[in-house]
Design a protein around this ligand. Structure first.
Ligand code: SF4
Length: 142
């Protein structure tokens, strides 16, 4: 048993190979936080039904469109819903999510042109978390 609070973390930041290209975004800074928190892992894109690897996507006009022009908004919404359910079930009030992702990004995301251009905005899961008063930080802010 432990009294540590639960915190949601993007699974790719913990080294899971769930990124669109089959790799991960391992972030060693998170190791220290393990002393303070129990990590509850999410990967909204995979949990929303998308494969590994998958075609990268960006948000444009409120929809999530992959680089081949396919609308994958439904998968992103489903993944966000499941992530929120997990967060609420585990009493998570905070999340550390991967910067710039169309699911997990917070404050800055790519602009939908697949040209690495950033604009102000949140990923689909981050937006839903914020609507339910779950604080979101990226790995760049910790
Ligand atoms: Fe990482 Fe989030 Fe993308 Fe999954 S959806 S690979 S957790 S950034």
């Amino acid at each position: 048993m432990t009294n540590k609070p639960n915190i949601i973390v993007s699974a790719c930041l913990l080294g899971h190979n769930c990124k669109y290209n089959g790799g991960n975004n391992y972030c060693s800074k998170l190791e220290k936080l393990k002393e303070q928190y129990n990590f509850i892992e999410i990967c909204p894109e995979v949990e929303g039904g998308l494969p590994i690897p998958r075609v990268p996507s960006e948000i444009i006009n409120g929809l999530v469109i992959n680089k081949e022009g396919m609308d994958v908004t439904k998968n992103y919404n489903e993944g966000a819903k499941l992530a929120l359910e997990k967060a609420l079930k585990n009493n998570c009030r905070k999340a550390i999510l991967k910067a710039k992702s169309p699911s997990c990004g917070c404050g800055k995301i790519y602009d939908g042109t697949f040209s690495k251009t950033l604009i102000d905005g949140d990923g689909i899961t981050t937006r839903l978390f914020k609507e339910h008063n779950i604080e979101v930080l990226t790995e760049e802010e910790i």
